[in-house]
Design a protein around this ligand. Sequence first.
Ligand SMILES: [Zn+2]
Ligand SMILES: [Zn+2]
Length: 362
Amino acid sequence: MRGVTFQGNGSVAVEDLPDPEILAPTDALLEVTMAGICGSDLHILHAGAAFGFEPGGRLGHEFLGTIQAVGSEVTGFAPGDRAMVAVGVSCGVCVWCQEGLRASCEKMSIFGWAPRLWKHGGPVEGGQSQYARIPFAQSTLVKIPDALASREHETKLLPIIDVMSTAMHGLVTGRLHPGDDVVVIGDGAVALSAVHCARAMGAENIICYGHHADRLAIAKTLGATMTSEVRDAQEIAEATRGATRGQGARVVVDSVSNTDSMEAAHGSVRAGGTISCLGMDHFMGKTPAVNWYDQFVRNITISGGLLPTGLYIPRLLELLAAGAIDPSPLLTDVVPLDQAVDGYARMAERREGALKVALKVA
Ligand SMILES: [Zn+2]
Ligand SMILES: [Zn+2]
Protein backbone atom coordinates (compact mmCIF):
# COMPACT_ATOMS: atom_id res chain seq x y z
CA MET A 1 0.00 0.00 0.00
CA ARG A 2 0.97 3.66 -0.28
CA GLY A 3 1.43 5.94 2.71
CA VAL A 4 3.04 9.20 3.86
CA THR A 5 6.29 9.01 5.85
CA PHE A 6 8.65 11.43 7.58
CA GLN A 7 12.02 11.66 5.81
CA GLY A 8 14.02 13.86 8.17
CA ASN A 9 13.40 17.48 9.10
CA GLY A 10 11.81 19.38 6.22
CA SER A 11 10.90 16.35 4.14
CA VAL A 12 8.04 13.87 3.75
CA ALA A 13 7.43 11.25 1.03
CA VAL A 14 4.72 8.93 -0.26
CA GLU A 15 6.15 5.42 -0.15
CA ASP A 16 5.26 1.76 -0.61
CA LEU A 17 4.61 0.31 2.85
CA PRO A 18 3.68 -3.17 4.08
CA ASP A 19 -0.07 -3.76 4.39
CA PRO A 20 -1.11 -3.74 8.07
CA GLU A 21 -2.56 -6.87 9.64
CA ILE A 22 -4.73 -7.61 12.62
CA LEU A 23 -2.30 -8.39 15.46
CA ALA A 24 -4.67 -8.47 18.47
CA PRO A 25 -8.30 -9.62 18.81
CA THR A 26 -9.27 -6.03 19.72
CA ASP A 27 -7.85 -4.61 16.44
CA ALA A 28 -9.69 -3.57 13.30
CA LEU A 29 -8.35 -2.78 9.85
CA LEU A 30 -9.58 0.43 8.26
CA GLU A 31 -9.44 1.14 4.54
CA VAL A 32 -8.80 4.90 4.62
CA THR A 33 -10.77 7.04 2.17
CA MET A 34 -9.82 10.54 3.37
CA ALA A 35 -7.11 11.87 5.69
CA GLY A 36 -6.26 15.34 6.93
CA ILE A 37 -2.95 17.15 7.24
CA CYS A 38 -2.92 18.79 10.67
CA GLY A 39 -1.04 21.84 11.92
CA SER A 40 0.80 19.45 14.22
CA ASP A 41 1.92 17.46 11.16
CA LEU A 42 3.68 20.65 10.05
CA HIS A 43 5.51 20.76 13.41
CA ILE A 44 6.64 17.18 12.63
CA LEU A 45 7.62 18.17 9.08
CA HIS A 46 9.80 21.01 10.36
CA ALA A 47 11.23 19.48 13.54
CA GLY A 48 10.15 15.83 13.81
CA ALA A 49 13.64 14.61 14.68
CA ALA A 50 13.43 16.57 17.94
CA PHE A 51 10.26 14.62 18.86
CA GLY A 52 11.92 11.26 18.20
CA PHE A 53 10.79 10.72 14.60
CA GLU A 54 13.01 8.45 12.50
CA PRO A 55 13.09 8.59 8.71
CA GLY A 56 10.34 6.27 7.47
CA GLY A 57 8.02 7.00 10.40
CA ARG A 58 4.37 7.07 9.33
CA LEU A 59 2.21 10.18 9.56
CA GLY A 60 -1.45 11.08 9.96
CA HIS A 61 -3.87 11.10 12.90
CA GLU A 62 -7.00 12.53 11.24
CA PHE A 63 -8.67 9.95 8.99
CA LEU A 64 -11.85 8.13 8.15
CA GLY A 65 -12.79 5.23 5.95
CA THR A 66 -14.44 1.84 5.67
CA ILE A 67 -13.83 -1.08 8.00
CA GLN A 68 -12.17 -3.92 6.17
CA ALA A 69 -11.85 -6.50 8.96
CA VAL A 70 -12.35 -6.77 12.71
CA GLY A 71 -10.65 -8.92 15.37
CA SER A 72 -12.58 -11.62 17.24
CA GLU A 73 -13.23 -9.45 20.32
CA VAL A 74 -14.52 -6.36 18.47
CA THR A 75 -18.28 -6.02 18.74
CA GLY A 76 -20.51 -3.32 17.29
CA PHE A 77 -18.41 -2.88 14.13
CA ALA A 78 -18.48 -4.98 10.98
CA PRO A 79 -16.66 -4.94 7.64
CA GLY A 80 -18.25 -2.35 5.39
CA ASP A 81 -19.10 0.06 8.22
CA ARG A 82 -17.98 3.64 7.74
CA ALA A 83 -15.94 4.92 10.68
CA MET A 84 -13.67 7.77 11.79
CA VAL A 85 -10.76 7.62 14.22
CA ALA A 86 -10.53 9.73 17.35
CA VAL A 87 -6.93 11.00 16.81
CA GLY A 88 -5.44 8.60 19.35
CA VAL A 89 -5.89 5.06 20.61
CA SER A 90 -7.77 4.61 23.87
CA CYS A 91 -8.75 1.46 25.73
CA GLY A 92 -12.22 2.62 26.78
CA VAL A 93 -12.10 0.87 30.18
CA CYS A 94 -9.39 2.47 32.37
CA VAL A 95 -10.30 5.08 34.99
CA TRP A 96 -9.30 7.94 32.68
CA CYS A 97 -11.35 6.64 29.76
CA GLN A 98 -14.33 6.23 32.10
CA GLU A 99 -14.01 9.89 33.10
CA GLY A 100 -13.87 11.05 29.48
CA LEU A 101 -10.18 11.93 29.74
CA ARG A 102 -9.12 9.61 26.95
CA ALA A 103 -5.98 11.60 26.12
CA SER A 104 -4.77 10.36 29.53
CA CYS A 105 -5.72 6.71 28.86
CA GLU A 106 -3.27 4.20 30.30
CA LYS A 107 -2.91 2.75 26.78
CA MET A 108 -3.02 6.10 24.99
CA SER A 109 -1.17 6.27 21.67
CA ILE A 110 -1.34 8.73 18.81
CA PHE A 111 -1.55 7.62 15.21
CA GLY A 112 1.24 8.94 13.02
CA TRP A 113 3.50 9.95 15.92
CA ALA A 114 6.92 8.92 17.14
CA PRO A 115 7.40 5.34 18.42
CA ARG A 116 7.59 6.49 22.06
CA LEU A 117 3.87 7.38 21.76
CA TRP A 118 2.93 3.95 20.38
CA LYS A 119 2.32 1.15 22.88
CA HIS A 120 0.58 -1.47 20.77
CA GLY A 121 3.30 -3.57 19.15
CA GLY A 122 3.95 -3.64 15.45
CA PRO A 123 4.83 -0.51 13.53
CA VAL A 124 3.33 2.88 14.40
CA GLU A 125 0.18 3.26 12.33
CA GLY A 126 -0.50 6.44 10.39
CA GLY A 127 -3.70 7.43 8.68
CA GLN A 128 -2.23 9.24 5.67
CA SER A 129 -2.13 5.86 3.97
CA GLN A 130 -4.40 3.38 2.23
CA TYR A 131 -4.88 1.16 5.30
CA ALA A 132 -4.35 1.40 9.04
CA ARG A 133 -4.51 -1.04 11.92
CA ILE A 134 -6.76 0.34 14.67
CA PRO A 135 -5.91 -0.98 18.18
CA PHE A 136 -8.82 -1.11 20.67
CA ALA A 137 -11.12 -0.47 17.73
CA GLN A 138 -14.24 -0.44 19.84
CA SER A 139 -13.09 2.64 21.76
CA THR A 140 -10.79 4.21 19.16
CA LEU A 141 -13.26 4.23 16.25
CA VAL A 142 -16.50 6.18 16.01
CA LYS A 143 -19.12 4.85 13.63
CA ILE A 144 -20.31 7.36 11.04
CA PRO A 145 -24.13 7.56 11.09
CA ASP A 146 -25.84 6.14 7.99
CA ALA A 147 -27.15 9.56 6.96
CA LEU A 148 -23.56 10.87 6.75
CA ALA A 149 -21.88 7.69 5.47
CA SER A 150 -21.72 8.50 1.76
CA ARG A 151 -18.54 9.92 0.30
CA GLU A 152 -20.04 13.36 -0.40
CA HIS A 153 -20.04 14.09 3.37
CA GLU A 154 -16.34 13.41 3.93
CA THR A 155 -15.18 17.04 3.82
CA LYS A 156 -17.73 17.91 6.52
CA LEU A 157 -16.73 14.93 8.67
CA LEU A 158 -12.95 15.17 8.51
CA PRO A 159 -12.60 18.48 10.46
CA ILE A 160 -14.71 17.01 13.29
CA ILE A 161 -12.00 14.49 14.22
CA ASP A 162 -9.49 17.01 15.55
CA VAL A 163 -9.86 20.74 14.89
CA MET A 164 -13.61 21.02 15.56
CA SER A 165 -13.29 18.72 18.59
CA THR A 166 -10.40 20.79 19.94
CA ALA A 167 -12.43 23.96 19.42
CA MET A 168 -15.43 22.52 21.22
CA HIS A 169 -13.14 21.46 24.08
CA GLY A 170 -12.08 25.09 24.40
CA LEU A 171 -15.66 26.36 24.48
CA VAL A 172 -17.06 23.66 26.78
CA THR A 173 -14.22 24.03 29.29
CA GLY A 174 -14.64 27.79 28.79
CA ARG A 175 -18.24 27.36 30.04
CA LEU A 176 -19.79 29.09 27.04
CA HIS A 177 -23.50 29.77 27.39
CA PRO A 178 -25.89 30.98 24.68
CA GLY A 179 -25.75 34.76 24.44
CA ASP A 180 -22.14 35.02 25.66
CA ASP A 181 -19.53 37.01 23.77
CA VAL A 182 -16.53 35.05 22.46
CA VAL A 183 -13.11 36.25 21.33
CA VAL A 184 -10.96 33.93 19.22
CA ILE A 185 -7.26 34.76 18.95
CA GLY A 186 -5.63 33.36 15.81
CA ASP A 187 -6.86 32.42 12.34
CA GLY A 188 -5.65 28.84 11.86
CA ALA A 189 -7.93 25.83 11.51
CA VAL A 190 -8.53 25.47 15.26
CA ALA A 191 -9.33 29.17 15.62
CA LEU A 192 -11.81 29.15 12.74
CA SER A 193 -13.31 25.95 14.14
CA ALA A 194 -13.82 27.78 17.43
CA VAL A 195 -15.67 30.53 15.56
CA HIS A 196 -17.93 27.95 13.91
CA CYS A 197 -18.53 25.99 17.11
CA ALA A 198 -19.28 29.16 19.07
CA ARG A 199 -21.98 30.05 16.55
CA ALA A 200 -23.53 26.58 16.83
CA MET A 201 -23.45 26.86 20.64
CA GLY A 202 -25.37 30.17 20.55
CA ALA A 203 -22.69 32.81 21.17
CA GLU A 204 -23.76 36.43 20.58
CA ASN A 205 -20.69 38.35 19.41
CA ILE A 206 -17.92 36.21 17.91
CA ILE A 207 -14.78 38.28 17.36
CA CYS A 208 -11.79 36.76 15.55
CA TYR A 209 -8.31 38.34 15.53
CA GLY A 210 -5.88 37.13 12.85
CA HIS A 211 -3.20 38.21 10.43
CA HIS A 212 -4.53 36.89 7.11
CA ALA A 213 -7.40 38.54 5.24
CA ASP A 214 -8.29 35.34 3.35
CA ARG A 215 -8.57 33.32 6.56
CA LEU A 216 -10.61 36.02 8.27
CA ALA A 217 -12.97 35.89 5.27
CA ILE A 218 -13.47 32.17 6.03
CA ALA A 219 -14.07 33.13 9.68
CA LYS A 220 -16.93 35.37 8.50
CA THR A 221 -18.37 32.48 6.45
CA LEU A 222 -18.21 30.26 9.53
CA GLY A 223 -19.98 32.71 11.82
CA ALA A 224 -17.67 35.50 13.02
CA THR A 225 -19.61 38.71 13.69
CA MET A 226 -16.42 40.78 13.64
CA THR A 227 -12.90 40.14 12.39
CA SER A 228 -9.81 42.29 12.79
CA GLU A 229 -6.16 42.26 11.81
CA VAL A 230 -4.98 44.42 14.73
CA ARG A 231 -1.99 42.70 16.35
CA ASP A 232 -0.98 44.68 19.39
CA ALA A 233 -2.38 43.34 22.68
CA GLN A 234 -3.53 46.85 23.69
CA GLU A 235 -5.35 47.37 20.37
CA ILE A 236 -6.99 43.96 20.66
CA ALA A 237 -8.18 44.80 24.18
CA GLU A 238 -9.63 48.13 23.02
CA ALA A 239 -11.36 46.59 20.00
CA THR A 240 -12.88 43.87 22.18
CA ARG A 241 -14.19 46.34 24.75
CA GLY A 242 -15.68 48.42 21.94
CA ALA A 243 -17.64 45.41 20.70
CA THR A 244 -18.74 44.08 24.12
CA ARG A 245 -20.33 47.07 25.94
CA GLY A 246 -16.96 47.85 27.49
CA GLN A 247 -16.90 44.56 29.40
CA GLY A 248 -14.77 42.09 27.47
CA ALA A 249 -15.72 38.59 26.33
CA ARG A 250 -16.96 35.81 28.62
CA VAL A 251 -14.83 33.27 26.79
CA VAL A 252 -11.50 33.92 25.05
CA VAL A 253 -10.17 31.05 22.95
CA ASP A 254 -6.42 31.47 22.54
CA SER A 255 -5.51 29.16 19.66
CA VAL A 256 -1.89 30.36 19.73
CA SER A 257 -1.14 30.25 23.49
CA ASN A 258 2.18 32.04 23.55
CA THR A 259 3.11 34.88 25.88
CA ASP A 260 1.96 37.60 23.42
CA SER A 261 -1.38 35.96 22.65
CA MET A 262 -1.99 35.36 26.36
CA GLU A 263 -1.45 39.08 27.00
CA ALA A 264 -4.08 39.84 24.35
CA ALA A 265 -6.37 37.23 25.92
CA HIS A 266 -6.10 38.85 29.37
CA GLY A 267 -6.93 42.20 27.78
CA SER A 268 -10.02 40.76 26.09
CA VAL A 269 -11.56 38.61 28.82
CA ARG A 270 -14.26 40.05 31.09
CA ALA A 271 -14.07 39.70 34.89
CA GLY A 272 -15.15 36.20 35.86
CA GLY A 273 -14.51 34.94 32.32
CA THR A 274 -12.37 32.15 30.96
CA ILE A 275 -9.27 31.99 28.78
CA SER A 276 -9.13 28.65 26.96
CA CYS A 277 -5.62 27.74 25.81
CA LEU A 278 -5.58 25.44 22.79
CA GLY A 279 -2.20 26.24 21.23
CA MET A 280 0.60 23.78 20.64
CA ASP A 281 3.54 25.85 21.86
CA HIS A 282 3.76 23.74 25.03
CA PHE A 283 4.86 20.82 22.86
CA MET A 284 7.55 23.00 21.35
CA GLY A 285 9.04 23.75 24.76
CA LYS A 286 7.58 27.27 24.88
CA THR A 287 5.28 27.58 27.87
CA PRO A 288 3.43 30.91 27.83
CA ALA A 289 3.54 33.34 30.73
CA VAL A 290 0.18 33.69 32.51
CA ASN A 291 -0.75 36.97 34.18
CA TRP A 292 -1.50 35.42 37.58
CA TYR A 293 -2.19 38.85 39.11
CA ASP A 294 -5.00 39.49 36.61
CA GLN A 295 -6.19 35.90 37.03
CA PHE A 296 -6.49 36.47 40.78
CA VAL A 297 -7.94 39.96 41.04
CA ARG A 298 -10.50 39.55 38.25
CA ASN A 299 -11.38 35.89 38.93
CA ILE A 300 -10.26 34.60 35.54
CA THR A 301 -10.33 30.87 34.84
CA ILE A 302 -7.56 29.39 32.69
CA SER A 303 -8.95 26.42 30.80
CA GLY A 304 -8.61 24.38 27.61
CA GLY A 305 -5.76 21.90 27.30
CA LEU A 306 -5.12 18.79 25.28
CA LEU A 307 -8.18 17.38 23.54
CA PRO A 308 -9.72 14.33 25.26
CA THR A 309 -9.77 12.23 22.10
CA GLY A 310 -13.18 11.41 20.74
CA LEU A 311 -15.13 13.06 23.55
CA TYR A 312 -16.95 15.63 21.42
CA ILE A 313 -17.38 13.64 18.20
CA PRO A 314 -20.92 12.36 19.00
CA ARG A 315 -22.16 15.88 19.78
CA LEU A 316 -20.51 17.31 16.66
CA LEU A 317 -22.04 14.54 14.53
CA GLU A 318 -25.46 15.49 15.91
CA LEU A 319 -24.88 19.16 15.07
CA LEU A 320 -23.75 18.13 11.58
CA ALA A 321 -26.75 15.87 11.02
CA ALA A 322 -29.04 18.71 12.17
CA GLY A 323 -27.43 21.14 9.74
CA ALA A 324 -26.18 23.36 12.58
CA ILE A 325 -22.55 23.10 11.44
CA ASP A 326 -20.72 22.63 8.15
CA PRO A 327 -16.97 22.86 8.73
CA SER A 328 -16.06 21.94 5.13
CA PRO A 329 -14.83 25.50 4.30
CA LEU A 330 -11.84 24.72 6.58
CA LEU A 331 -10.60 22.25 3.97
CA THR A 332 -9.36 24.71 1.40
CA ASP A 333 -7.49 22.04 -0.59
CA VAL A 334 -8.20 18.39 -1.41
CA VAL A 335 -5.39 16.50 -3.19
CA PRO A 336 -4.83 12.80 -3.99
CA LEU A 337 -2.69 10.78 -1.56
CA ASP A 338 0.10 10.49 -4.12
CA GLN A 339 0.38 14.30 -4.14
CA ALA A 340 0.75 14.51 -0.36
CA VAL A 341 4.22 16.07 -0.62
CA ASP A 342 2.65 18.96 -2.52
CA GLY A 343 -0.19 19.01 0.02
CA TYR A 344 2.27 19.48 2.90
CA ALA A 345 4.08 22.21 0.96
CA ARG A 346 0.85 24.05 0.17
CA MET A 347 -0.07 24.13 3.82
CA ALA A 348 3.43 24.88 5.16
CA GLU A 349 3.87 27.77 2.68
CA ARG A 350 0.22 28.87 3.00
CA ARG A 351 0.20 28.75 -0.80
CA GLU A 352 -2.82 30.41 -2.43
CA GLY A 353 -4.56 30.68 0.90
CA ALA A 354 -4.21 27.01 1.82
CA LEU A 355 -5.56 26.66 5.36
CA LYS A 356 -6.03 22.92 5.75
CA VAL A 357 -5.34 20.19 3.21
CA ALA A 358 -7.22 16.90 2.91
CA LEU A 359 -5.79 13.85 1.16
CA LYS A 360 -8.23 11.90 -0.98
CA VAL A 361 -7.00 8.37 -0.45
CA ALA A 362 -9.64 6.31 -2.26
ZN1 LIG B 1 -4.54 17.07 14.27
ZN1 LIG C 1 -8.16 3.91 28.78
